[in-house]
Design a protein around this ligand. Structure first.
Ligand SMILES: NC(=O)c1ccc[n+]([C@@H]2O[C@H](COP(=O)([O-])OP(=O)(O)OC[C@H]3O[C@@H](n4cnc5c(N)ncnc54)[C@H](O)[C@@H]3O)[C@@H](O)[C@H]2O)c1
Length: 414
């Protein structure tokens, strides 16, 4: 089957490679460098499985039917499915969710192909897909939320927790197209996953075909729950730290309850990354006219946590003549290659606003400065010059300057 994918970022590229095991996949991007890299068998993003798939394809060990292109006619013409995985953003000041890249990708798909089933994989506001179907008079637009983590993008598609596709429940051909798409994703997943036994006694990867608006809500409520959990353990840590208690012991004791579980509970400077900040704020905006307390509290809690962390760092430098704060990595997680909306940037902003100079150690950033603060790749001089080294996540690079390090990474894991 010919399948097109618009956007070769974390979502688009991982889905494209997954599907290219059994289908002819053409992935389109508007950035020529990305397309050229992909056609040379190189990944534009850091992701172990994506690199392995591209290497295996180049060596012939894992043949894929995959091509990247800038040409909409090549990508979209004759495709049965066209997947949209382009960026979306939310501006809480203007209360505006920017879905323009999704709309321009859909316009380009329709200019080349009037019959392909369009599957939106980008995260969109609740109600968006139905609105677009109505506004364009196009009943071949569906939505499928993506649950991958950056750095594990293809892995998460090979081992999915669930596959969800949204189609209007009253439209038999849309339901059939949605079910078929879910099967294509399941077919691309690891064989062991396809045979796995689930906690509820079922076998295989759970596949849900629900309404498009419910599918959109699943994505935003799942991410907001994850943000809630991060905010919860961060607030626990703020309390323990303020009262001189051992947060690690408390978290361990709390999480031995099997209903709570010992995961996703490592304190940090706040939730961040590309998705959680925008998705929580977007869900909050979707609540206008609907009573709520918790969703706005999650958004507020993240701000309060960063204020608390900045104050703790300020305390550490009290009494030092002309102190310098070192920011160790701008990335959100260890192993990640991008720092979109990372929480440490919020800390950096707050420290600078208090008039304290900041230097940044970020080996993946090829620039002399980051928002006016010096960037260095020289770890040794960074360690010497900084009076306090602020690290959202611990790294053994810092072992010889452990007494200078400020982190809340209690369990030394993501
Ligand atoms: N990154 C994640 O962890 C993640 C997880 C789940 C869902 N999502 C959602 O998926 C969407 C994409 O996220 P991402 O992280 O893959 O983004 P990304 O920024 O990594 O990639 C987007 C790609 O789309 C390309 N692009 C932009 N406009 C285009 C157009 N008109 N046609 C074709 N290509 C175009 C960009 O050049 C870029 O390569 C977002 O809505 C995001 O919220 C992301």
């Amino acid at each position: 089957m010919k399948i097109a994918v618009a956007g070769t970022g974390y979502v688009g590229l991982s889905v494209a490679l997954l599907l290219a095991q059994h289908n002819e996949v053409h992935a389109l991007d508007i950035v020529p460098d990305k397309v050229a890299m992909l056609n040379r068998g190189r990944s534009p993003i850091v992701d172990r499985e994506i690199a392995e798939f591209l290497d295996g394809n180049a060596s012939g060990e894992r043949p894929l039917d995959f091509a990247a292109t800038l040409d909409p006619a090549q990508a979209y013409g004759d495709a049965e499915y066209a997947i949209v995985a382009t960026p979306t953003n939310y501006d809480s000041q203007k209360n505006y969710f920017d879905t323009s890249s999704v709309e321009s990708a859909i316009a380009a798909i329709r200019a080349a192909n009037s019959s392909a089933w369009i599957i939106i994989k980008s995260t969109v506001p609740v109600g968006y897909t139905q609105h677009l179907r109505d506004a364009l008079g196009d009943d071949r637009i569906l939505f499928s939320p993506e649950f991958l983590r950056e750095g594990h993008a293809l892995y998460d598609n090979l081992h999915p927790s669930r596959i969800v596709v949204g189609a209007p429940q009253s439209d038999a051909s849309a339901l059939a197209a949605a079910t078929r798409f879910a099967e294509l994703l399941a077919q691309g997943a690891d064989l062991a996953e396809a045979a796995r036994a689930n906690e509820d006694g079922s076998r295989g990867i759970p596949q849900l075909v629900v309404g498009p608006t419910e599918a959109e809500a699943i994505k935003l409520f799942a991410n907001t729950y994850l943000a809630l959990r991060v905010a919860y353990f961060n607030e626990l840590d703020t309390y323990a730290d303020s009262r001189g208690l051992n947060a690690q012991e408390i978290i361990h004791g709390v999480c031995l309850d099997p209903r709570i579980r010992d995961n996703y509970n490592n304190p940090s400077f706040g939730y961040g990354g590309y998705c959680l900040p925008k998705d929580t704020k977007q869900l909050l905006a979707n609540y206008s006219q609907v009573p709520q307390n918790l969703i706005s509290a999650i958004v507020d809690a993240n701000r309060t946590r960063k204020d608390f962390i900045a104050t703790e760092i300020e305390r550490r430098i009290e009494g030092i003549n002309k102190p310098v704060v070192g920011i160790y990595r701008l990335t959100m997680k260890s192993g990640s290659d991008n720092f979109r909306q990372s929480a440490i940037q919020g800390i950096m902003k707050r420290i600078k606003a208090r008039g304290v100079p900041v230097i940044v150690y970020e080996p993946t950033l090829n620039a002399a400065d980051f928002f006016g603060s010096e960037v260095t790749h020289d770890l040794e001089s960074f360690k010497q010059r900084a009076d306090v080294i602020v690290a959202n996540r611990w790294n053994d690079d810092l072992v010889d300057v452990g007494d200078k390090v400020f982190t809340r990474d209690l369990f030394k894991r993501d």
